[in-house]
Design a protein around this ligand. Structure first.
Ligand code: MG
Length: 384
């Protein structure tokens, strides 16, 4: 069996209402997915995290390096792609393009062997994971805190036991928002905040100290990802656990956060940090530092299912019989592509999401939705 073709699809969906966070506004969903087909006709799906048009260009560059290879040898393919792009892509979007191809190869391997990816990764430590709702972005107009409180209440009604909200507007507004959301959801729902590195160390410290009393599960990307030492300093100034990692690439980037004692929780993004192949190595590295992993997860059901399998395989803390739930990030902002692209659709039962048992990633792609969102009637950009 050899890799016969690599096709990319640029999916886009204009949002009816844009929403924003501390860095920019979302007015459109734009996602790059990749379809890898083997000479046996097995199809694998992958997805990258990052600017979709650049991801697609990256995959175009990598295509000739994978055509004709045995897709089951995903580690050696991974290394070959890494080595050949190392001089100009030690970090950044080309690593995300490698990640997309890597996911597709794991999907193929699972389908070829008739096993779910979580089993191929080494085995399932859990059959279900606890989703936390990512939402509570900013919107224009008066009454933001009230709107956020209403949105948070909806998530609780839907069965979520944990919710993450955006901060990073101003300390005063963040404080008002957090206060309103905590009052609306009560004491039994876990609440996290994410600044997307909006703050300086001084500002992040001030905000952390002011919201500590609202029982915050973690403070995500409080400061610039460049300042590993500021992450560490903040950990010493607040009781709130500090998290980060979605801007890091490869085991080498994540090692900076670990060796600098920057985070309590490492948030590797499988679709940009190097795929499942590299995420597994990053998990091993994090375990040697005793740092918990809760992946950053964005995009379509392809990325979400890759995260489900990865989390199922994460080692629990050794030395205890009953382990706590492992979390998965479940973006609840408007995303028609996520809702329609993959089958079966993501389903929450009694507050949990089950890890798929079907071979590969455990999803199929709806070709109708693919054509609709990519604007392509027949096939993607095909090579090979
Ligand atoms: Mg984040």
């Amino acid at each position: 069996m050899k890799i016969a073709s690599v096709e990319t699809y640029l999916l886009s969906d204009k949002l009816e209402e844009s929403f924003f966070f501390s860095q920019w506004a979302y007015a459109e969903r734009r996602i790059c997915v990749v379809k890898v087909t083997t000479t046996c006709g097995i199809v694998g799906w992958g997805e990258g995290y990052g600017p979709a048009d650049v991801l697609e260009a990256g995959i175009r560059l990598l295509k000739p390096m994978v055509i004709g290879k045995n897709p089951l040898e995903q580690e050696s393919i991974w290394f070959d792609l890494y080595r050949k792009t190392l001089d100009f892509a030690r970090r950044g979007i080309l690593v995300a393009s490698i990640s997309a191809i890597d996911l597709a190869l794991w999907d193929i391997k699972g389908k070829f062997l008739g096993q779910p990816v979580s089993v191929l990764l080494g085995g399932r430590h859990r059959e279900r994971v606890l989703p936390y709702a990512t939402g509570l972005y900013f919107s224009e107009g008066e009454g933001l805190a009230n709107r956020l409180a209403c949105e948070a209440t909806e998530y609780v009604k839907q069965g979520f036991k944990a919710i993450k909200m955006k901060v990073g507007l101003t300390i005063e507004q963040d404080l008002a928002n957090v206060r309103a959301v905590r009052a609306a959801i009560g004491d039994n729902i876990k609440l996290m905040v994410d600044a997307n590195h909006a703050y300086s160390l001084r500002e992040a410290t001030e905000l952390a100290r002011k919201i500590e009393k609202y029982d915050i599960g973690w403070f995500e990307e409080p400061v610039s990802p460049e300042f590993y030492h500021h992450y560490k300093a903040l950990r010493g100034k607040t009781t709130i656990p500090i998290s980060g990692g979605e801007c890091e690439y490869l085991r080498y980037g994540h090692h900076q956060l670990l060796k600098n004692e920057s985070v309590d929780i490492l948030q590797v993004d499988i679709c940009s940090a190097g795929g499942l192949t590299e995420a597994k190595r990053i998990a091993a590295l994090a375990s040697t530092y005793g740092v918990e992993i809760i992946p950053h997860t964005w995009g379509t059901g392809i990325a979400f299912h890759a995260a489900l399998h990865f989390i199922s395989n994460l080692e629990p803390v050794p030395g205890r019989l009953y382990n706590p739930d492992f979390y998965i990030e479940y973006d609840r902002t408007s995303n028609g592509i996520r809702e329609r692209l993959t089958i079966p659709s993501i389903e929450m039962k009694e507050g949990y999401i089950e890890v798929p048992t079907a071979p590969g990633l455990g999803i199929e792609v709806d070709e109708g939705a693919l054509a609709f969102y990519s604007g392509k009637k027949l096939h993607g950009t095909k090579t090979g």
